[in-house]
Write a protein that binds this ligand. Structure first.
Ligand code: GFB
Length: 322
């Protein structure tokens, strides 16, 4: 449903997870467009696992709009090896934030899910109606189940209490303030770090995980932030809405692109003892695109921007760029 929600420059906007990849992009977008009453809390200031603390925070701050960008996230290995943390923390964080938003009378809430909520072998590209039509990918089923519960929470509060809570399903997101830790990161920041370090050390090869054959769609964090603001203002409905770039690449193609951007001249090896995960995860974003939104940052530009961010935040000395 198309419905204009007016967020005013002085609206009280709470970005949960404002220091993360998506939350910090939202924060920048609001600052850029002149919003004056942004609310953010670091983990040290507010533990989102603590229901009573979240209730007190809501009661004190009385936000008008809430963006749920706080979550336990990670790449394929972190999801696979820390299932309890992924299911518990995500359920707890979103329960506290969604339930608290209802208690406080928040005008509108946007919940961020993930494309991994769709079945492992979903038809491609994946449409919103494919949700819960088949078994999940096993490596991230714990995270996916939590995110599906978040979608259902928003639907349930909308049905029973009339809350304007919407769910947005982004594809694989990357960008500024990404996590470059090799044990917990997603593929794109991991490859940036691996290729950079191989270039600096003169290593003859870089080892990537899996077969390189899975296909993934990548969306730059600032594009996702713009899409979230757009949907907060233009979408109100029970169904989740997909946010993708519109096309995908193989992991091998991604590795070649990252190597080229960084200027690495060695070879690429594949460690097939590591999981591939789901074979393909391309979202059908036609509902969003039909509302008039389009991404702006193509993959190569996004990789360059993310590499610059990595060089400035995570290294002492920038390597000479290609
Ligand atoms: O991004 P990624 O960790 O997660 O991995 P998913 C994507 C693909 O890249 C997999 C391969 O096929 C990996 O095997 N890959 C190659 C690598 N080299 C590397 C590497 O050095 N590091 C990493 N991390 N991958 C996640 C889910 O799935 O996607 C989350 O686990 C979430 O729950 C997220 O949904 C968006 O795309 O497979």
């Amino acid at each position: 449903m198309l419905r204009r929600t007016e967020m005013q420059p002085n609206s009280r906007i709470y970005v949960a997870g404002h220091r993360g990849l998506v939350g910090s992009a939202l924060w920048r977008e609001f600052q850029r467009t002149g919003f004056e009453n942004l609310i953010g809390r670091s983990h040290a200031e507010l533990d989102l696992l603590d229901a009573a603390a979240v209730q007190r925070f809501y009661a004190r701050e009385q936000p008008d709009y809430v963006f749920v960008a706080a979550a336990r996230v990670g790449g394929i290995l972190a999801n696979h090896t820390r299932p309890a943390q992924f299911i518990y923390e995500n359920l707890q964080i979103q329960n506290n934030l969604i339930h608290g938003a209802w208690q406080t009378g928040v005008k509108k809430l946007l919940f961020l899910g993930s494309s991994c909520i769709y079945p492992r072998l979903s038809p491609q590209p994946m449409k919103e109606e494919h949700l819960l039509t088949g078994p999940l990918e096993t490596t991230n089923q714990w995270y996916a189940i939590a995110k599906i519960a978040g979608v259902k929470m928003c639907q349930a509060y909308r049905r029973q209490y009339g809350c304007d809570f919407i769910s947005v399903m982004p594809t694989n997101v990357y960008g500024l303030r990404d996590n470059f830790d090799l044990d917990s990161s997603h593929v794109l920041p991991a490859l940036i770090r691996k290729f950079h370090e191989a270039k600096v050390s003169g290593a003859p090869s870089v080892t990537c995980w899996g077969t390189g054959q899975p296909r993934r769609e990548f969306l730059f964090g600032d594009d996702l932030a713009r899409a979230c603001v757009f949907l907060m203002e233009h979408y109100s409905g029970e169904e989740p809405i997909n946010v993708g770039y519109g096309s995908d690449v193989t992991i091998r193609e991604l590795a070649e692109l990252v190597g080229r951007v960084i200027g690495y001249e060695g070879s690429i090896e594949w460690d097939t003892t590591k999981p591939d995960g789901t074979p393909r995860k391309l979202l059908d974003s036609s509902r969003l695109f039909a509302l008039g939104w389009k991404p702006r940052i193509d993959l190569e530009t996004g990789v360059r921007l993310t590499y610059e961010d990595f060089l400035s935040r995570c290294t002492d000395k920038p390597a000479a760029k290609a």
